[in-house]
Design a protein around this ligand. Structure first.
Ligand code: XMP
Length: 330
């Protein structure tokens, strides 16, 4: 998959959490961002996840008003996310513009079942269509993004094409999309990003947030991604995140399966939907094991999901480790 002979391929040197001096890292990265952008304009896409939140703060520190921060409403985000992110960053002095691109994303995903094709459709829609347009309109020459080392590892290994990895695949963003990409977090993994997040002034509710994938809830829908199927997984996610908030786990999520199973509701047969809950213990997402959740909590998850998410008649808990599993479903 990777073309190591391509001149733009650069192996990344990891900065481990123990070797990370967050204050020094922030000073160095803000200097690099400012030097690259100069008096120009840069854009960054804030999803509300840990990585893009840290990049937003670094970019804001380096560039102030020369940075335009947008939240792309792709229709695949968690419940209430756009408003929550806008409000929180407003309180930190960063104005976030919400761009509604729901129709474009769902149109691009229509009829696609294959996981890698879904990722490709999301990448293309995000970088070429939606972002390409925003960048052209704003005359920005740089996109700041929160790619981390784990994203690169899995893409390079050919496991999953992470939505935000280009140069390591021999793709020159300037040629492909018309702008350059700056990736200040590329030498870090999640733990390091959180350390920088704390030092750069993010509130704990943001930098301790569980990881959330770039393809958003589309990474958790097996089979075709439609507004209805996303809504099912979104509602299940609200319950999973509420009930597992204090589990201390690295990450927890709900997945919508493609298969239906026979259930019963109000005394009648209901050939209904299946939700799988995953909850992971992990340090850096490279390896992970299922959290030993108390059975009572599992039962509560099953009861609440089947009672409140329309059409769901079955809830399962994943007990396989990564590898050979992966954290997300697609
Ligand atoms: P996987 O599923 O590959 O996820 O074990 C590893 C970690 O990366 C997060 N993450 C992503 N996962 N596509 C993914 O499949 C992405 O674009 C992406 N971005 C982040 C994932 O949530 C898990 O923490």
């Amino acid at each position: 998959m990777i073309n190591q002979n391509n001149p733009i391929f650069k192996p990344m040197k990891e900065i481990t959490p123990d070797n990370l001096n967050a204050a020094q890292f922030i000073a160095e990265k803000t200097r690099v961002i400012k030097a690259a952008v100069g008096e120009g304009v840069a854009i960054n896409a804030l999803s509300g996840g840990v990585d893009s939140s840290v990049v937003t703060m670094l970019g804001h520190k380096a560039l102030g008003k020369q940075l335009r921060t947008v939240f792309i409403e792709n229709g695949l985000m968690r419940e209430g996310e756009a408003g929550r992110v806008q409000e929180l960053f407003h309180s930190l002095g960063v104005e976030v513009e919400v761009v509604d691109a729901r129709r474009e994303f769902f149109a691009a995903l229509r009829g696609i079942n294959d996981p890698e094709e879904k990722r490709e459709a999301i990448t293309r829609t995000f970088y070429r269509e939606v972002f390409g347009r925003i960048v052209r309109e704003s005359k920005a020459s740089f996109l700041l993004q929160g790619t981390i080392l784990t994203d690169i590892d899995e893409t390079v290994a050919g496991i999953k094409r992470q939505h935000n990895v280009f140069e390591q695949l021999g793709i020159d963003p300037q040629e492909a999309f018309g702008y350059r990409i700056l990736e200040p977090l590329i030498q870090l993994r999640k733990e390091g990003v959180r350390k920088v997040g704390a030092a750069v002034g993010l509130p704990a509710e943001l930098f301790t947030r569980i990881p959330f994938p770039g393809p958003a809830l589309a990474a958790r829908v097996i089979g075709e991604v439609t507004p209805e199927r996303i809504e099912t997984v979104r509602q299940a996610t609200v319950i999973v995140e509420k009930l597992l908030k204090n589990s201390g786990a690295f990450q927890y999520l709900a997945i919508l399966h493609l298969d239906r199973v026979t259930g019963m509701r109000d005394g009648k047969r209901d050939f209904g939907l299946q939700i799988e809950v995953r909850c992971w213990d992990s340090r850096d997402a490279r390896q992970a094991t299922p959290t030993a959740l108390p059975f009572e909590l599992l039962r509560q998850l099953g009861d609440e999901i089947t009672a409140t998410v329309p059409g769901v008649v079955s809830v399962t808990y994943n007990i396989a480790s990564k590898p050979p599993s992966t954290i997300e479903a697609i």
